[in-house]
Design a protein around this ligand. Structure first.
Ligand code: 5GP
Length: 129
C-alpha cells in the first residue's frame, strides 16, 4: 500500500493484525481492543494493547476516544493480573511521534514487565535536558 493511501486510511501493520491478515500471539481481544506480544520484546514480558480504531498518535485522540484510551489501560491491568506481574509492577507506556520513538502510527500501549525498569528512559548521551 502506498504511503498516501496508508495515511488516508490510517492503515498500518496493526490493522492487518486486527483483521487476522498476519499472525500475532494474541493475548486478549474484545470489541474495542486487542493485545498481542511484541515481535521484538524489550523485556521478559512485552506486549502491546491497541484500540481496534486506528488512531495515529496520542495527538490524534479525540474527545470521544477518552474512554477507549482508558480501556487500553484496563486491559493492561487485567493482563498483568492474569499473567502474575501486577504486584511486582510493570511499565505501560505509549510513544508519540519521532522524539517519543514511535514507529507504528496506530496508538499502542507498550506493557513491559518481568524485571525492574530503568529510569530515565533515554540514553546516557541524551541525558542533558
Ligand atoms: P513504537 O516504536 O511505535 O512505539 O512501537 C511499535 C512496536 O510494534 C515495536 O515494539 C515493534 O517491535 C512492534 N511491532 C512492529 N511490527 C510488528 C508486528 O508485525 N508484529 C508484532 N507483534 N509487533 C510488531
Amino acid at each position: 500500500m502506498s504511503e498516501s493511501i496508508s495515511q488516508t486510511t490510517n492503515e498500518t501493520i496493526f490493522t492487518k493484525i486486527i483483521n487476522k491478515e498476519i499472525p500475532a500471539d494474541i493475548l486478549y481481544e474484545d470489541e474495542l481492543a486487542l493485545a498481542f506480544s511484541d515481535i521484538n520484546p524489550q523485556a521478559p514480558i512485552h506486549f502491546l494493547v491497541i484500540p481496534k480504531k486506528p488512531i495515529t498518535t496520542i495527538n490524534a485522540i479525540q474527545e470521544e476516544d477518552k474512554a477507549l484510551v482508558g480501556h487500553l489501560y484496563w486491559v493492561a491491568a487485567k493482563l498483568a493480573e492474569k499473567h502474575g506481574f501486577a504486584k511486582d509492577g510493570y511499565r505501560a507506556v505509549m510513544n508519540c511521534n519521532e522524539n517519543g520513538g514511535q514507529t507504528v502510527y496506530h496508538i499502542h500501549l507498550h506493557v513491559l514487565a518481568g524485571k525492574a525498569m530503568g529510569w530515565p528512559p533515554y540514553q546516557d548521551k541524551l541525558k542533558t535536558l
